[in-house]
Structures are given as structure tokens and as C-alpha cells.
Design a protein around this ligand. Sequence first.
Ligand code: XMP
Length: 512
Amino acid sequence: MSQTIAVLDFGSQLTQVIARRIRECHVYSKIYHFSTPAEQLRADGIIGIILSGGPQSVYARTAPHPDPKIFELGVPVLGICYGVQLMGHFLGGTVALSKAREYGHGHLTIKRPGRLFAGLPRKLRIWNSHGDKLTRLPPGFVATAVSENSPYSGIEDAKRRFYGIQFHPEVFHTERGVDMIRNFLVGVCGARQDWTTKDFIAHAVADIRARVGKSRVILGLSGGVDSSVAAALLHKAIGRQLTCVFVDNGLLRKGERHAVEQLYRRHFHIDLRVVDASRLFLRRLKGVTEPEQKRKIIGRTFVEVFEKSLRSIGHADFLGQGTLYPDVIESVSIGNNPASLIKTHHNVGGLPARMKLKLIEPLRELFKDEVRAVGSALGLPREVVWRQPFPGPGLGVRVMGDITAEKLEILRDADAVLQEEMMRTGYYWKVWQSFAVFLPVRTVGVFGDERTYDYVVALRIVESTDAMTADWARLPHDLLQKISSRITNEVRGVSRVVLDISSKPPATIEWE
Ligand code: XMP
């Protein structure tokens, strides 16, 4: 059995970030409800406990409290932020109520490194976010580190192996925070650092099997990273009990539907149902020019088509979704959220309840880069795992103004040329997104002896780390020249190619 670190969740949005840092140290952790009985933790064979932060005061009437017996299990405990107040409260110290929250950067001075701060510099920048403060140490404890606003920024009872830190080691703003967590896991709890992505997959597969039993799971496949990895993982766990539905909304890129069919049907042997609803989508979008209106129509139609396809597939108990941790939180108020804030594919929000489906979200605890690692380990190709983001409304928001089959065709061909060149030169993997936009503007040109009056295509190629801000990518001129001349030569109806050199803000990445 793998060694497990229990993270007791007291409601902080950063609990999952703690779990992620533990995974980064190649140790297995499990997040438990704060009130989990000590007996269960013992039965699970945990080798250490981390008490997470939380928004409440330990004195609040509704404050989440752990089973006090966790302090008698004989395993090491690390209290973070609210976790320290809990240690103070339960082990005989004093916690002072405070109305104001202390929030932001601070400076830590380590007085006694002990095991927790072993190997770290004496002075470090830290990140605080707490209301109450420990004002008197519980018996057996000593102060190990101080900050400008607390003599008890770090505390320990080395004999019982209890450690507490008032700040947040899990966020990037705390210097060497991961080393503190690693020190606790390895130096204090004696964890072996042998946990890998393969172990994650093995656990996830066992969990999915236990939960699903003999039932059926349906999953909406978009072809994007998240739903693809969820599909591959569910398929590994339950094989033919999984049915995937892929909706062709007529707003896909060139060859996209075919690629999805090839990969999932041919390669993975997944039960894949492709629903061609392109005519319905295009009919509903006819004459619609306003971007938000387009999005609404596309979103609503998707839900309708998906729901209808579920009925025709027959009974299922579960709806699988590629929800990631960053989709779960609405916002992380502090800390570094490495996840992009890209909106998920289509919002199938009300659907599970209406269809009486239970949700199964095997990637719910993971961050994007971890999902990519899982996808690679499951054998998904690089083109899927490292695919650039593609908006749910697809080419619907890349044909400016009203959408017609002819404009979509032109855009598809131009976009395919761009992607081909980006792939050929390897720039596809280096930029955040690269795509073509159809502009319904006709300009004059010459082709041979003839005068033309054709459309314009814009190239939008940006660099970004989280899609919140972006800048246009400085690609070599000869590459841009090649893309431009290939598009005007190969794509009928286009005589002019322009390059978008706006940053975000003030422009957005997409044009609509
Ligand atoms: P913007 O255009 O707001 O885009 O700078 C930021 C990121 O989000 C993607 N995007 C969308 N994704 N549905 C989606 O699923 C949408 O309606 C949508 N609009 C924009 C965009 O491609 C970029 O990565």
C-alpha cells in the first residue's frame, strides 16, 4: 500500500494547492473532510496529517473542528494557518480573536531550523492570510520562526512531531515553501518519494471502478485536452461501459471530426457516437451577428443536441466530465493559481440534474499540467495533450459577423494552412494560440491579369501563460511571408492576409 498523507480540509481554497505540492514531492496524499474520525485515519494507515487553512475563526459557532483524537494517533501533524490556530486551541495554547485579516507579504526569520526548516536560509519572504493569531504556545511547543507581526510564525513540538506555520507555504509567493512541505513529508513523516503519475492513474482507475460498478457512463467529448484525458482514463477503468458523444456543430476546424473519430474509435476502441448537428447550428445562427448572441445560441443548441443524443443512447447513471481543479474554484483569492482561466467547453450546467445523472469527474483534483502528464501516460498523442486552447463556440466566434457555410469553408482552409506551417516549423508548440480569423471585408487585388475583390484573413498568433494577458508572437518574417502567400495562393476567396499585432489588454485573444 502506498504511504498516505492526510490533508484535513477546513475550507481553504488552497487545500488543493497543498495536495498538489505534495504530489510534486512524489508523495501520495488524500484530502479528507475535516471531521474524519481519527480511527478512520488510523485504519487508512496514514503516515502524517496536514491541517489546511480555512476562512473561519476557531471560536466561531460554525467553526470546523477536527476529531481531537487525531493528536493522539502518534503521527506527525503540520498545521498551516487556521491549522495552527486549531493546534493552539486543542493543545492548550491561546488564540486571540482579531477582526482584521492580515494579508500579503511578510518576512520570516528562522530562529530554530529544526526538521521543518532544515536546509533553508534564515530569512525568507512569506505570504500571510489570516485573521486570528496564536498568542500563547501550547505546552511542549517552542517558537521556531518569527515574522514582523507574529512571534509564533513557526512553532514545533519536536517530541510529538507537531509543527505549525502561520503563513502559507503552498503558494509561490512564499520562498522555499515547497521545501518546507518536503521537509515535513520526508524529514518528519519519513515518506518515500516514489509516487508517480502511473500511481495516480492506478488509484483513479480503482476509484472509478468502485464508484461506477456495472453502470454506464456517458461523456461529452470536445477533442480538447480535458475531455480527451477524462475519456482515456474512464475508458481504461471501465472499457465499453463508457460511451462518448462528439457533437459536430459545423464550427469545427478542418479535419477535426475525422481526427477525433480516428483516435477514439480506431486507436482506443471507445464506443464513440458522432452526432452531426451542423445544419441545425448553422440554421439557428443564420443572420446572427452579435457575438454574445452567437455564443448563447451555440451553447443552448449544444445542450439540446447533447441531451437528445443521451436519450437515444439509452440508460446511463453517470455523466463523465473533464472538470479540472481550476474549473472547480471560481477564483483563488490568494496564491498562485497556475491554471488558465479558460472557460470550459460548453456549459452543461443544469443537465445532470435534469437527466438524473450523477457526475463523475476523475480529474477534479488536478491542475492542467498534471492532466497533460496523465494524458501522455495514457498514450494520448502530443497533438491532443499539448493542443492549443480552442473556444467552445469554435469557428463561430472566428467568422466575424454573420456566419455562412462559404465563409466557414474559407476560414477552415486558411486556418489549416496556418496550422500546417506552425507545426512544420515547431512554432505551434511554442505559442499559446495561433489561428485565423475571417473578416467579411472585401478588398481589391490582382490575380494574373484579373482584378479581384475578395475577403481578408487575419492571423492571430499570441504568447501567454494563462490567457488573462497576452502579446502577439514575434515570428520570423519569412514564416509569416510563407503563410501569407500560401493562403492567398491556395485559398479561393482570399486576396489579403493581415497580422494582428494587438496585445491583451486592451484587445482580447479572440476577435469576438
Ligand atoms: P479572450 O478572447 O477572452 O480569450 O482573450 C481567452 C481564452 O479563452 C478562450 N475563449 C473561449 N473559450 N468559450 C471557450 O470555451 C468561449 O466562449 C471562449 N471565448 C474565448 C480563448 O480562445 C482564449 O484561449
